[in-house]
Write a protein that binds this ligand. Structure first.
Ligand SMILES: Cc1cc2nc3c(=O)[nH]c(=O)nc-3n(C[C@H](O)[C@H](O)[C@H](O)COP(=O)(O)OP(=O)(O)OC[C@H]3O[C@@H](n4cnc5c(N)ncnc54)[C@H](O)[C@@H]3O)c2cc1C
Length: 360
């Protein structure tokens, strides 16, 4: 690991993450004549962003280009940001920079250097990480920060290689089927429409399983809850509802996927039986991408998502806004985890960050 060098610039707004929330925050702030830095871990780490993982399934419910799939969508967002390059403007005799500087960069640590006016530093790995270790590091500074780094879905614990260091290798078999039309889905609102009146398998426990089944009923009444060898964990009243709806619960451990190329067809269970389904939804929780906030006094919900106020400003545990720190997209607690929501939150956070920089 090398010591971080400083690039010398103090940006008006730094955005961490370049999914729909981060891209929109950056464009909205640049649109208000601010100098914006976007740090995006996607190109140099396994943290590609959730939009990327929709893979072969076309996004149909968001204001994006018709038929676009996840990885193309992420590229289109970068192209959109590139339409606002950095340039100098003179306002009332004062020259300043405006526009977006996009950098592949995995933010390792966020530090507050000053409060009045606010000043932040971001320790960032700007080259591909070796395993978990950063290589070349740069330190960026900004007056305000928008956190838009989203979260990672927890993938099912089936045929997982515990020894593998990298996420792809560990979940190689799961990833073969993840995000395909006939594969692992993580969002019933996004992909339920692909399985109208088809047999849907839901891998989840307790409240998550009940919530997923409730969502799935909009599309089908052929639902099986799989627990992969664990007790189902449903509350008594939810279990009664599930049973009344004819939803089957299978608590046998899953030994292996049964697939054909990138299509997932079913599972072989530990007792040797095989079951086949048309669609597969997993809800095993999430991992927030906020390690760079370790040690910060910020308020989170039980899943680790950030609590914000109406201006999208991050709150302390005591409920006070953290000066200069805003958040948008999936990382925000209590919002729908969807692309259009991420755009809306990104716009709010980008404009609020901009407003906070006004001098009179
Ligand atoms: C399989 C799948 C299918 C989906 N289908 C749909 C759909 O059809 N319609 C819909 O509306 N929604 C869909 N979604 C949900 C949608 O993708 C998310 O709600 C949306 O992408 C959230 O946007 P975001 O900008 O908050 O986060 P993300 O899109 O997750 O982007 C996060 C960004 O942060 C970066 N990042 C993470 N950590 C760091 C760090 N430490 N430093 C720097 N950068 C970092 C990542 O590289 C990425 O650029 C789907 C999600 C999945 C997984």
């Amino acid at each position: 690991m090398t010591t971080a060098s400083e690039n010398g610039i103090v940006y008006d707004v730094a955005v961490i993450g370049a999914g729909p929330a981060g891209a929109q925050a950056a464009v909205s702030a640049a649109h208000q004549a601010r100098h914006v830095l976007v740090l995006d871990a996607g190109p140099i780490s396994h943290l590609k962003g959730r939009a990327f993982w929709s893979k072969s399934v076309q996004i149909e419910d968001a204001p994006v280009f018709e038929g676009v799939i996840g990885s193309h969508f992420m590229r289109a967002l970068r192209e959109w940001m590139a339409t606002r390059p950095v340039r100098e403007v003179t306002i009332g005799g004062r020259t300043r920079r405006t526009g977006i500087e996009y950098r592949p960069g995995y933010v390792l640590e966020l530090q507050a250097l000053d409060v009045e006016p606010t000043l932040f530093a971001m320790e960032t790995s700007v080259e591909p990480l070796r395993g978990e270790r950063p290589s070349k590091r740069t330190r960026f500074r900004a007056r305000t920060v928008v956190v838009a780094s989203g979260f990672d879905d927890v993938w099912p614990d089936i045929e997982v290689n515990e020894q593998a260091e990298r996420l792809y290798q560990r979940y190689q078999t799961v990833f073969r089927f993840a995000g395909n039309r006939r594969g692992w889905h993580v969002c019933i609102r996004c992909d339920g429409h692909l399985h109208i009146d088809e047999h849907l398998a839901i891998l989840a426990l307790g409240d998550d399983a009940f919530g997923a089944a409730r969502g799935a009923q909009d599309f089908t009444n052929k639902i099986t809850i799989l627990t992969n060898g664990r007790p189902h964990g449903l509350r008594a009243e939810d279990l009664a509802t599930v049973q009344a709806q004819g939803i089957e619960i299978v608590e046998t451990q899953i030994a292996a996927h049964i697939g054909q190329r990138t299509d997932l067809l079913g599972f072989r269970f530990a007792d040797g039986t095989e079951r086949y389904f048309d669609g597969f939804l997993v809800d095993e929780g999430l991992i927030p991408n906020t390690r760079y906030l370790d040690g910060w006094d910020v308020q989170t919900d039980e899943e680790g998502l950030l609590i914000v106020n109406d201006d999208r400003q991050v709150l302390t545990a005591a409920g006070e806004p953290v000066p200069g720190l805003f958040a948008a997209g999936d990382i925000v607690s209590g919002e729908r985890n969807l692309i259009a929501t991420a755009f809306a939150l990104g716009q709010d956070a980008g404009l609020s960050a901009t407003d906070s920089l006004r001098e009179w």
